[in-house]
Design a protein around this ligand. Sequence first.
Ligand code: ADP
Ligand code: MG
Ligand code: MG
Length: 883
Amino acid sequence: TRWVYTFGGGKAEGTADLKNLLGGKGANLAEMANLGLPVPPGFTVTTEVCTWYYSHGEVYPEDLKAQVASALDHISAITGRRLGDEADPLLVSVRSGARVSMPGMMDTVLNLGLNDSTVQGLARSSGDERFAYDSYRRFIQMYGDVVLGVDHGEFEEQLEIYKDENGYVLDTDLTAEDWRTLIERYKEIVERHLGRPFPQDPTEQLWGAIGAVFGSWNSARAITYRRIHTIPESWGTAVNVQAMVFGNMGETSATGVAFTRDPSTGENALYGEFLVNAQGEDVVAGIRTPQNITEAARIAAGSSDPSLEQVMPEAFAAFRDICARLESHYRDMQDIEFTIERGKLWMLQTRSGKRTAKAALKVAVDMANEGLITREEAIARVDPASLDQLLHPTIDPSAEKTVIAAGLPASPGAASGEIVFSSDEAERLKSAGHKVILVRIETSPEDIHGMHAAEGILTTRGGMTSHAAVVARGMGKPCVSGAGAVRVDYAAGKLTAGGKVLKAGDIVTLDGATGEVYAGALPMRKPDLSGDFATIIAWADAVRRMKVRANAETPLDARTAREFGAEGIGLCRTEHMFFDEGRIVAVREMILSDTEAGRRTALAKLLPMQRSDFVALFEIMAGLPVTIRLLDPPLHEFIPHTEEEIAEVAEAMGVSPALLKERADALHEFNPMLGHRGCRLAVSYPEIAEMQARAIFEAAVEAAAKTGKAVEPEVMVPLVGLKAELDLVKARIDAMAALVKQETGKDFAYKVGTMVELPRAALRAGEIAETAEFFSFGTNDLTQTTFGISRDDAASFLGAYQARGILERDPFVTLDREGVGELVAIAAERGRKTRPDIKLGICGEHGGDPASIAFCETVGLDYVSCSPFRVPIARLAAAQAAL
Ligand code: ADP
Ligand code: MG
Ligand code: MG
């Protein structure tokens, strides 16, 4: 087997298509090499080695050593340097690289190959002693931290002590001699921890680093990240070993990162940051404040630190050209890492850039308009779930605000919450129902869970490409980074900003679009859905096949749904209308009556209320279909509990509270979700269904008269398992329709159908469709009844299922295609066989989940129905599903 792929010298054994095998980083390094771009030579140890390693008790395939050795020869042939050569040593970086970029994986080790004698060779060959020893101390610290597990704080502490001893302020104050002294101290630290000296053999160093990369695949951080992002364990990571180029060789050297377009706004302008005389992650770590790459950005930021365009015009020009080339080659916005060694530009990484939802829309629309991609590709480029960010509120501009701090607008959106200073605390409070803002000096991959739990993130250090900024943008959370005037005191649990002291638990509001932080919780405003958003959605509408409806019962929800482009109501839950003030007593009268006459009296009170509800919905939805579900929940949900409530109902019914209490107790059920609910209510108390049907039809007549548009209600009977149940209820509905037509002298069309939410209904769909004119898949209950998992109790154990990899996703969030999905497919097929024009839809929570929507397309449903705020997401997801 080929375990190793080389790149460099104008060609490569891999290509960008081999992402699964080479990881994202390795595949793109190969691609850039093939394009003839200046890429330091190197090789990629494939993800298959990682998989092999874990399936063979953590050992390597036998022929790997030889393949690595010959790949090192390949690097030597191009660079003219050999690992461990005392005169002119080859140094390499060791970099992890999974298929998708993944925080939690091993940090890159730079300058590998240095030891007490090669460092002297490096000093001589570079003619720069200081540089050589600076590189060596970096190497010991990185290798010590990342591979040997010695906390990097220990090295930093020594450095601080040393600076104090010698009256130095900046790292750049240290001379070669100083570094030499520190290196000895660093080595002592390592030896103290390890019980043996810092490894001097470069080959041993290399294998140590490779092993650490594979080991990091199973680190707790990486596992958490994979769980959150549903990345399969089986993917594995690749390892990239690459000849070093040096951004720390003095004032003509630099290192930086850039995006080919602004990742925050999507504006078509090169955007990035760099540091002179620096290496590797100095830029991202926020140790020094980086400078802008372009003049335009420098001016816009009002910075007096010169831009790359100013200080290294030639390297900048070369870089700008390469950026343009990469963008048109990949036909997407790129996130690029580079280093300039003594004026010569080197490319170290390219990948599709993470971007905010706003930027994603703008980039997609712009690129389609530029002719770089098609409209279909533009639609496919936008992650529907990310639109959520745009659907979320921003701070009301007229709100009175007290700015307490300002930083960089690192990730847009606004959020309020309690200050917390640690990620563990953020997670804890979040699960206790609090909204929190995570405040950190800077974040690292160890903070992923806290960032996930927080509404927003505030850091006091770091730029637009800092860890906090990048991760927050990926998560779609507001982030303000680099708020330098904020002083954080973790130990005391407080922060100081602009003379104000805020403690953990105090409320602040972040505006990630401006970078401002305000005291208290501020009023928020609805988002603007015009511009690029509207364009993409319009393009999406032109290609999607499935309709998108909303689940709504209140006029407010119905209006929101229409604003968001809903094409009807897929689920109106009538019971939601029963809980209203002034109705609940009548509802309780109805369920607690022990005679039909008593129930009819109470129902008569409810009829006008229900009718006016429906009139309102039909008016808002004028001309669009509205599916109304008959009363569904177990009656016991309406039972009065307190003595006051019981007394109130008893009085209305003219019975004693004691008697009423007895009846209420009798309604108690052991397993109400599988009890007396759904169409079973209509079977025992047909008068309830009759009242609801009357309300629906009378409302249809009334609304049609008001709007001048025909209303065609769809009456949905819940929880049917047997055709006979539906037959019985439908007969009552039909009779009521005939009666209303006769009474009003008006004709109207309507449909009667059922919600498919029991496995039996799915299996017997063929005969049920003889009666049902439509099916709506109630996948919340269908998931519950298929798995036999109570969805109200699932939270307590589903986490363990996911952690153990028994279930990859929460089936109540993303439809279980294999099980529940098969039932949906069977029902769709059998239903259509009986009734070819049967209307099929989905109204569970899944109707707003993009992955589930994709499934709905594959079974050919006619529409999905979701909560109003998810309608735009569903419109885009339905389009992507149809592509
Ligand atoms: P990450 O996945 O965290 O971005 P990388 O492997 O890209 O990690 O490495 C981080 C940084 O280390 C790079 O951006 C680059 O600045 C530096 N680096 C990596 N390899 C080399 C190399 N061969 N020469 C010089 N710098 C390198
Ligand atoms: Mg890293
Ligand atoms: Mg990188």
